[in-house]
Design a protein around this ligand. Structure first.
Ligand code: MN
Length: 232
C-alpha cells in the first residue's frame, strides 16, 4: 500500500514492566463524575454519565521516571488541570454489563484532562460543543499504563495532584459518582469499545489554573505517577 504522504505514526503508551506498548484507539472522557467537582462547576446531584472525546494525537505520553512537557496552549487565559484515573481497554465489546467490565480492562494510568476553561465556559453558555475547550493539541497528558494485575485496588485509591509541590486536588477514586465498571457499562451502550480505547474517568474537586513553568505531579495510589511541566 502507498500513501500520498506518510501516514502519522500510531499513538501508543508505554506499559510498566514490559517492552510492548499499548496502541491507542480512542480517548473517551467522562464529565462531572465526582460530586464535589460537579458542585464547584455549579451542578448538584447524580446525573446520567455523559461523555466527550479527545483526539488520539492530543496525548502527551510521559514515560516512567520522566518529566513530560506540555506547551501552554493558544487562545486561553485559564488553562485548568483535571487529574483523572484513566482506564485502558484491552478487550472490546458493546453493551458490557458492569459485572463483566473487569474482563475488558487491560490496566490503568494517571492522566490529566487539561481544559481551556474560559473557552469551555463560553461554549457551554452558547450551547455549543466543548471541543475547543477540551480537545485541543497536547490536552491529554498520560503516564505509563500499569497492568491490571499490578495495579492494586484502584477503585479505593487516593487520587491527587500537586502543582509546584503544593496540593491542588486530593480525593479518592471511591468517590466517583459512576465507578469504572458502571462507566464501561454506559459507554459501551453508546459506542462499541475497542482494544486500545482509553477512558478518562473524571476529576475530583480542586480544579484551577496553571501557567508556564508550573510542575504538575499527578498520582493514583498503586499506579506510576505522572510528572509534567507546562512550557511556554
Ligand atoms: Mn475531566
Amino acid at each position: 500500500m502507498s500513501f500520498v504522504f506518510p501516514p502519522a505514526p500510531p499513538v501508543s503508551v508505554p506499559v510498566l514492566g514490559q517492552a510492548d506498548r499499548f496502541p491507542v484507539h480512542r480517548i473517551y472522557c467522562v464529565g462531572r463524575n465526582y460530586e464535589e467537582h460537579a458542585k464547584e462547576m455549579g451542578f448538584t446531584g447524580r446525573e446520567p454519565p455523559f461523555f466527550f472525546l479527545k483526539p488520539t494525537d492530543s496525548l502527551v505520553v510521559v514515560d516512567a521516571g520522566e518529566t513530560g512537557h506540555m506547551p501552554y496552549p493558544s487562545l486561553t487565559q485559564n488553562l485548568h488541570h483535571e487529574i483523572e484515573l484513566v482506564v485502558a481497554i484491552g478487550r472490546g465489546g458493546r453493551n458490557i454489563a458492569a459485572a463483566d467490565a473487569a474482563q475488558h480492562i487491560f490496566g490503568y494510568a494517571v492522566g490529566l484532562d487539561m481544559t481551556r476553561r474560559d473557552l469551555q465556559n463560553e461554549m457551554k453558555k452558547q450551547g455549543r460543543p466543548w471541543c475547543i475547550g477540551k480537545a485541543f493539541d497536547h490536552s491529554a497528558p498520560i503516564g505509563p499504563i500499569t497492568p491490571l494485575s499490578q495495579a492494586g485496588n484502584v477503585n479505593q485509591a487516593e487520587i491527587s495532584l500537586q502543582v509546584n509541590g503544593a496540593d491542588r486536588q486530593r480525593s479518592n477514586v471511591a468517590k466517583l459518582i459512576w465507578n469504572v465498571a458502571e462507566t464501561i457499562e454506559h459507554l459501551s451502550a453508546a459506542w462499541e469499545l475497542q482494544p486500545g480505547d482509553l477512558i478518562y474517568t473524571g476529576t475530583p474537586e480542586g480544579v484551577a489554573a496553571v501557567v508556564a513553568g508550573d510542575v504538575l505531579v499527578g498520582q493514583v495510589d498503586g499506579l506510576a505517577p505522572l510528572n509534567i511541566q507546562i512550557t511556554k
